[in-house]
Ligand binder design. Structure first.
Ligand code: AMP
Ligand code: GLY
Length: 419
């Protein structure tokens, strides 16, 4: 088979790595890919959101299956376009991807179908939103309606912070159209867990649980990032909670989407808060999470291409998906300054010293390869991932490996997995 993966970050590197283990696969392309991915796949210079370019390439190259990983091409209807051209694609169509691309849609869906989530109100008028914020109990959570690179969620501790956020989103349009409408919701407390499921629109198979670390510094200090690390499984996600989540959240969501005529096929991501009143949905994503994928896929024992096909052909019900019982931890090595401004182009050393150990894999998020050397090429640069029978030994192993890698101004969190 010839497979095309759309995207070019750590998540896509993990996908390409897993796909490359399938004996059924002859050739992998990745568009646009990155330096690390180029070891396993032929990188094609097409932007992830270039729907027409991607369809043209997939057709010309006789691609058997295209895996659309990032949210932007999904929201733009890349899967619809590929299918219209007679090609097979893994991922939700545009009308199902809306579960991520519109927070208003997601909240209203949960309300209509009784799926537990934070209480909320929707505003498209700044003054009305401000009036509501003036009467609210703090903290409150303000979310831009559309896709905002994970930066569209602000927790406001008082009316001044709330007003600043509402102004920048609704009047100054810092997120463009994505922030013209906002959701203001109740602040939930508890433990956060990520659960992703494969679903063919009718049936679903949950993956092992994970937890990511969004803040830039240790002890969850500093601004939010695209993710500074992750581990799997979550200690909080017990079998009893898993059953409750499946009954009260996952099953009703998959059914709700089908009932709405928006059958969801692909990976559905549940960002959950385990509260005193039970598990509640913080957010849905219409795709694999980043960096959670870097710790979940190393634990997958089944051929991922078989799983993708079962989803596309709507026969997930008969699929037995197996997981490793151990643990995985991923630590992101970031450029100095990230998540603010940072420089690119620094040489990376020490990678070859990790090639020997099959329990350690380095997924590249932002690198460029020139000759045999790698250079930094993004805010998040590498995701060093280790597996072990226990979480504790996976943590020790990952940090031992991290200490062997260097680039100028590199920084990372030292507490991944310790929460
Ligand atoms: P999201 O992009 O929706 O996942 O939100 C980013 C982060 O904001 C989440 O991972 C949570 O840590 C936090 N968050 C979102 N919604 C809430 C909420 N209702 N209560 C508390 N924290 C929240
Ligand atoms: N880890 C959160 C996300 O992928 O959006």
């Amino acid at each position: 088979m010839k497979i095309l993966v759309v995207g070019g970050g750590g998540r896509e590197h993990a996908l390409v790595w897993k796909i490359s283990q399938s004996p059924r696969v002859k050739k992998i392309y990745c568009a646009p890919g990155n330096g690390g991915i180029s070891e396993l796949a032929e990188c094609v210079d097409i932007a992830a959101a270039d729907v027409d370019g991607m369809v043209r390439f997939a057709k010309e190259s006789n691609i058997d299956l295209t895996v659309v990983a990032p949210e932007d091409p999904l929201a733009l209807g890349m899967v619809d376009a590929l299918e219209d051209a007679g090609l097979k694609a893994f991922g939700p169509k545009r009308d199902a991807a809306v579960i991520e691309s519109s927070k208003v849609f997601a909240k209203n869906l949960m309300k209509k179908y009784g799926i537990p989530t934070a209480e909320y109100r929707i505003f498209d008028d700044y003054l009305k939103a401000l009036g509501y914020a003036e009467e609210a109990y703090y903290p409150i959570v303000i979310k831009a309606e559309g896709l905002a690179l994970g930066k569209g969620v602000i927790i406001a501790n008082d009316i001044n912070e709330a007003n600043k956020t509402l102004k920048s989103m609704m009047l100054d349009n810092v997120f463009g159209q994505a922030g013209r409408r906002v959701v203001i919701e109740e602040y939930l407390t508890g433990s956060e867990v990520t659960v992703m499921v494969f679903t063919d629109g009718k049936n679903f198979v949950p993956m092992v649980s994970a937890q990511d670390h969004k803040r830039v510094y240790d002890d969850d200090k500093g601004p939010n990032t695209g993710g500074m690390g992750a581990f799997s499984p979550s200690r909080m996600y017990t079998p009893a909670i898993a059953r409750q989540v499946e009954e009260t959240i996952i099953k009703p969501t998959v059914k709700a989407m089908a009932d709405e005529g928006r059958s969801f096929k692909g990976v559905l991501y549940f960002g959950l808060m385990l509260t005193d009143q039970g598990p509640k949905v913080l957010e849905y994503n219409a795709r694999f999470g980043d960096p959670e994928t870097q710790v979940v896929l190393p634990r997958l024992k089944t051929d991922i291409v078989d799983v993708f096909e079962a989803v596309v052909e709507e026969r997930l019900e008969r699929m037995d998906i197996r997981w490793d019982d151990g643990a995985a931890v991923c630590v992101i090595l970031a450029s100095g300054g990230y998540p603010g401004a940072y420089k690119r182009g620094y040489p990376i050393t020490g990678l070859e010293s990790l090639l020997e150990d099959p329990r350690v894999t380095v997924f590249h998020s932002g690198t460029r390869k020139e000759g045999r050397e790698y250079y930094t090429n993004g805010g998040r640069v590498l995701g060093v991932t280790a597996v072990a029978p226990e979480l504790g030994s996976a943590i020790d192993r990952v940090y031992e490996s991290v200490r062997k890698i260097h680039f100028q101004d590199m920084h990372y969190r030292r507490d991944i997995g310790r929460k």
